[in-house]
Every structure is written in C-alpha cells, then in structure tokens.
Design a protein around this ligand. Structure first.
Ligand SMILES: Cc1ncc(COP(=O)(O)O)c(C=O)c1O
Length: 358
C-alpha cells in the first residue's frame, strides 16, 4: 500500500493552474446569451481563426459541441456514420438519437484509424424512399478509445474529396486535435478546412476546467447558437471560463509534446519487458492502450489492483486498459507507473489477496 496517487484515468482530471485561475478572476465579462461577453467572443474568434473557419461557438462540453454539429447536419430519421469506437457513438449516451432523432451505423476501425474506403463503402447519400440516407460522417482526431491515434491527413482528404460532391457533411470530433497538431506539425487549419464543422475541447490536454468550441460557417454557427440555447447551454458571464481557454491556448499547447514523450517512454519500458502488451509504434500521442489480457489479466482486476497501489487507469474493455498522460503527471510519476505495471503484470492469475501481499 502507498499514499502516492498517479491518476492516468484521463486528461480531463487536471487541476487548473494558479496563473490560469488568475486569468479567470480578472476576465472582462458580459451576458453571453445577449452576445455581450468580450472574452467569450475573443475565444470563439481565435479558435475559428486557428481552424480556418468563419465562426465559433463556446459550449459547456465537447459532447454538446458534437451534438450541435450532428443537429446541423442530420435530420430526423436520417443517418450519421462513424467508426465503431467513436466517442459520438459510444460515449455520448445516445444523445444523437434522443435529441436529433437520427440513426447511426459504424464501420470497423482497428485503433480507430481512418481508412476512407470503409465509410465510402457503407454510406448511402441518397437512399431513396425505402432506406435511410447518410447525411454526415464523424471523424475523431486524435482517437480516444483507439489509443490517441492520429488520423492521416491524406486519408481525411481522400474522404472529403469523395463525399463533398455527394453532399455528405463531415464533422471533426477534435477533442484532442491539439495533440494531433503537436505530434505531426500539421497546421490546425489544414485539418479544419477538410470539415464542415469542428469541435475542440479546452478541458482535456489543455487543462482548462470547462469548455469546448464548435466552429463552422457563419450560417452553421448562427443556427447552432439557437440550438445551444434550446439545449439549455446558453451561459451568462461565461468569460470567466473562456479566459481559462484563452490562457490554455497561450501556455498549454506546445507542452503537449511532454505528455506524448512520457507516454512513449512508458510504452517502451513495458514493451521491452512484456512484448505484446503494448506496441510503442502505436503510441503517437498521450494515450496508451495496454492489452493486459494477452498475459491473462482481466482488465477490471488489473485496474483494481493498480488502484490499490495508487496508480489509476481505466478499463476500456475486458482485456485492455487505458492510461492517459497530462499536465499533472511528471517524469517521476511516469517512472512510478512503469514500476507498478511491471510489478503487476507477472502476477496474472494469482489470488489478488496473495498478489497484494496481505
Ligand atoms: C474524443 C472525444 N470527444 C468528445 C468528448 C466529450 O467531451 P466532454 O466530456 O467535454 O463532453 C470526449 C471526452 O472525453 C472525447 O474523448
């Protein structure tokens, strides 16, 4: 047993740093539902600019930004398609069906990696009066449950080139697009211009406490603003929150490279000792998926025993666990994570009480 806690469950758990909190305290604010909050406007304009779009909309969460985009692109009874591990399909509580009355299908995608042939095979842009018509495709970059996978720009471009003439919209769930940008050096706008709408999160690797921004054409964002209010997402003196996002853009984007390096260091250390659990070549950003099942572990047992040793992680399925690097994890924490995982992996199949030495 230990008092040390290294929390790798998600990059959403970061504590806002003091300087960010100070920026929040001193932010100029107004009533944003009346369009009078200068700090919210600054954040919306700045992110729209970065992504090469006309207009932006501050939302309380990434889920709301994604759901507003779906609302714009897909009508009741029409179809959205995405990959089988996509956050919009797996982790937004069926919101697209509940709020927009739409149907969805998914294609298989190992590690969430986009192969444009898969959606192109599946979609039915104008299915006539007997089948459901596909109206939008969601691409997730980086891919969360896929293990921080970066989507190749060429794959996205190929999909865009094929879908644009058919009138099938593309939305980018860019909750962690910052990580893709830092890992590849590809400009945010180079990704952004390949989509009708893009959502980005400020509350993940960037370390802000709350907030996402949806960008798109002025027409799309004006419409999304109405739906945001309808969904109960109109916020008043939200500049307090937007200030944290602006501060994060200035101070926390480039440092994501440190998270990527630490995730890679961890992956290499574990792969050296236990080949097959992690392929370091698949660790492109801040997320590591470890297949502890390959050595006989049930993921939930592994998570529980690591938790007893102060290392927190998340079971993504029966056999795999996810570890996410972020602002509040340093080199020492990374060493600690390596030690715990190295110690635990060989204990597969043992009685947990014996394994804990109690
Ligand atoms: C890829 C992806 N999209 C969207 C979201 C939703 O963000 P939020 O938790 O702010 O609703 C998440 C959250 O983890 C995510 O990982």
């Amino acid at each position: 047993m230990t008092n040390r806690v290294v929390d790798l469950r998600s990059d959403t758990i970061t504590q806002p740093v003091i300087a960010m909190r100070m920026a929040m305290v001193t932010a100029e604010v107004g009533d944003d539902v009346y369009g009078e909050d200068p700090t919210v406007r600054e954040l919306e304009d700045r992110i729209a600019d970065l992504l090469g779009h006309e207009s932006g909309l501050f939302t309380p969460s990434g889920s709301m930004a994604n759901q507003l985009a779906i609302r714009l692109h897909v009508g009741p009874g029409q179809e959205l398609i995405s990959d089988e591990l996509a956050h919009v399909l797996r982790a937004e509580m069926g919101a697209a069906a509940v709020f927009s009355g739409i149907t969805s299908r998914s294609w298989q995608a190992p590690r969430g990696l986009l192969d444009p042939a898969a959606p192109l095979r599946m979609m039915a842009p104008d299915a006539g009066p007997y089948q459901v018509s596909t109206k939008a495709i969601v691409v997730e970059n980086t891919h969360n449950f896929g293990g921080g996978t970066v989507q190749p720009l060429e794959a996205i471009s190929a999909l865009r080139a094929a879908t644009l003439p058919l009138g099938v919209a593309m939305h980018l769930d860019g909750a962690r697009l910052w990580n893709a940008h830092v890992a590849t050096g590809v400009a945010l706008s180079a990704y952004g211009q390949l989509f009708d709408t893009v959502s980005v999160c400020l509350s993940k690797g960037l370390g802000a406490p709350v907030g996402s921004v949806l960008v798109g054409s002025r027409k799309h964002i004006d419409e999304a603003r109405v739906w945001r209010k309808r969904y109960g997402g109109g916020m008043r003196q939200a500049g307090i929150l937007a200030a944290a996002g602006l501060w994060a853009l200035d101070h926390h984007v480039e440092r994501l490279a440190d998270d990527h390096a630490r995730a890679r260091t961890f992956a290499e250390a574990i792969a050296d000792r236990f080949p097959g659990v992690i392929d370091p070549a698949h660790v492109q950003t801040n997320i590591v998926i470890a297949d502890v099942g390959v050595l006989g572990w049930l993921a939930a047992d592994f998570v529980s025993m690591a938790g007893d040793r102060g290392l927190r992680m998340y079971a993504v399925n029966d056999r795999s666990v996810r570890l996410v690097w972020h602002l509040d994890v340093d080199d020492e924490d990374t060493d600690y994570a390596c030690n715990v995982v190295n110690e635990l992996i060989p204990l597969a199949g043992q009685n947990p009480l014996v394994a804990q030495g109690s």
